[in-house]
Design a protein around this ligand. Structure first.
Ligand code: AMP
Length: 240
């Protein structure tokens, strides 16, 4: 893929709570040597360490609602100004509203276009997944106790304690799905007409979802490279 390696990879993984965004974003970022940036992780860390940001957002997060667009956009703007994103990044949990998506376009103006992959999973499956989801208090990794037949008490990665997220109770999950439909789904429409938008089926094994994600990014990246080439040709520049 000559030329594609020169294009920084700006990947946004979107989907409802429990779709597997975090797991897939983490793996993709590791395999491609670029940072995964999860706004949920950033906020949870702030809550755990009791910073003023953490105190500001804890109640909103516990109710399953979204924190303000300006607040979260400011956090992402600062994070995307750091040097470790020079080769790209994977965003997980941001943007979540049309306003945030517009802000991301503005933050990335002049950089490679964003590739958006939406992971689709039916609602019933989402609720089941989120009920069995645990997060490691040590390394932050997400695991499903369903897959381990309820036996996993310690993280297989670092031995840390597995705990349920405070916003993963069934009632809060249903509220988060409502919030998703109301605030985040319109964002799919915002992105879906772009040549760099792809939708993949998340109701399959994590390995198959991973393969679908890699294929979606390659095809979208081919598209952005072709677009970049076309616009360079239009400006009379070489595509070498
Ligand atoms: P997540 O881990 O992505 O499910 O995020 C957990 C919670 O953090 C969400 O339910 C929101 O309360 C908050 N949050 C994370 N990302 C955003 C965002 N982009 N906009 C608003 N709130 C967010």
């Amino acid at each position: 893929m000559a030329g594609a390696a020169d294009v920084a990879l700006h990947l946004v993984v979107i989907g409802p709570p429990g779709a597997g965004k975090g797991t897939q974003a983490e793996r993709f970022a590791r395999e491609h040597g670029i940072p995964k940036i999860s706004t949920g992780d950033i906020l949870r860390e702030a809550v755990a360490s009791g910073t003023s940001l953490g105190r500001q957002v804890q109640a909103v997060m516990d109710r399953g609602e979204l924190v303000g667009d300006d607040l979260i956009t400011g956090i992402v703007r600062e994070r995307l100004s750091r040097p470790d994103v020079a080769r790209g990044f994977v965003l997980d949990g941001f943007p979540r509203t049309v306003v945030q998506a517009q802000a991301l376009d503005e933050i990335l103006a002049g950089r490679s276009p964003v590739i958006v992959v939406e992971i689709h999973v039916p609602d019933g499956e989402l609720v089941r997944r989120v009920r069995t989801r645990r997060i490691c208090a040590g390394c932050g990794r997400t695991v499903s106790v369903f897959d381990k037949a309820g036996a996993a008490e310690a993280c297989g990665n670092c031995g840390g304690k597995l705990v349920a997220r405070s916003d993963d109770s069934e009632g809060v999950v249903r509220d988060r799905l409502k919030v998703y439909r109301r605030d985040t789904q319109p964002m799919s429409a915002f992105y879906s007409s772009r040549p760099t938008y792809r939708r993949i089926d998340g109701a399959q094994t994590p390995e198959r979802v991973r393969d679908a994600l890699v294929a979606a990014v390659s095809s979208a990246l081919g598209k952005t490279t072709a677009d970049a080439g076309a616009s360079m040709t239009a400006r009379g520049e070489s595509q070498a």
